[in-house]
Design a protein. Structure first.
Length: 267
């Protein structure tokens, strides 16, 4: 609300009282603005493990929701936050040679990311969870639905043979988030698939991912295009250092693209 500031007689008690009331209202308004700013900042910085998960507050974020535009590794449809010890791998589809996923390797665990186009008024994750279950079971594996930090998840276990010849299983934990006209899926592998402590850092990175949907019309479930960073430079071993945030100590390294595991295909 806007209040006028006309001239008043200093000796008029009603004018003095009005000025004091107006001053009090301005102070109250300033306090309310400050409190709102604090609440907004607290909501964005809060840990989703401590409250009900809300994508707009806890991430991953749409490009229009990102607070910063710099400091990320730019992979086209996805922007990744640099992290100490993080390595990135781009994975390609053998038949088309296009990049279909990026995998984040950290402390012996991995997080594969894929972003898909989605309808404006429809969510994809429930149906995709069913498809993952059907695919895993057709390969002789088992699935379990979990309720994790991001809501419903799928823990898949596929038969595998250990190095010593003994039979076991390979675990993968699928997480999914529906955003505005996009769907982001993550697949946790290694210790992070089964151990919450091992998954914590990768889950935190998943929350900071920024998805760039773009304005071009795309059929639902089409992969959003991924690419190498523009300033990526291969080294003698074929790895690529992504120099985007300026802090070389936390820059992830990128290995040459390779084919991704079949367990992560959703059909």
């Amino acid at each position: 609300m806007v209040f006028g500031r006309g001239k008043r007689s200093k000796s008029h008690p009603e004018s003095q009282e009005s000025a004091e009331v107006e001053k009090d209202l301005e102070v109250d308004a300033d306090l309310e603005t400050a409190e709102k700013d604090t609440e907004d900042s607290t909501a964005r910085d809060s840990d989703p493990l401590d409250e009900v998960y809300e994508r707009e507050l806890h991430g991953p974020f749409d490009l229009d929701e990102a607070e910063e535009s710099e400091g990320y590794v730019d992979l086209g449809a996805l922007r990744i936050t640099p992290h100490e010890g993080l390595q990135l791998r781009l994975e390609i589809e053998e038949s088309s040679q296009r990049v279909i996923a990026v995998t984040l390797d950290l402390a012996g665990s991995s997080l594969q990311l894929q972003a898909f186009a989605a309808p404006r008024s429809e969510i994809l994750w429930p149906e995709i969870r069913e498809q993952i279950g059907s695919s895993v079971e057709s390969q002789g594996g088992s699935v379990e639905e979990l309720n994790g930090s991001f809501g419903p998840e799928v823990l898949a276990k596929l038969p595998a043979q250990a190095a010593d010849g003994s039979k076991g299983f390979r675990a993968a934990r699928f997480i999914g988030v529906d955003g505005p006209r996009w769907f982001l899926r993550g697949v946790l592998g290694g210790p992070a698939a089964l151990e919450p402590d091992a998954a914590a850092e990768l889950e935190a990175l998943f929350r900071t991912v920024v998805v760039i949907r773009g304005d071009s019309p795309m059929p639902p479930r089409d992969l959003l295009p991924l690419s190498l960073p523009k300033d990526a430079v291969p080294d003698a071993q074929g790895s690529v250092a992504a120099d985007s945030a300026g802090n070389q100590a936390v820059q992830p390294k990128m290995s040459a693209p390779r084919r991704g595991p079949e367990i992560t295909e959703i059909g």
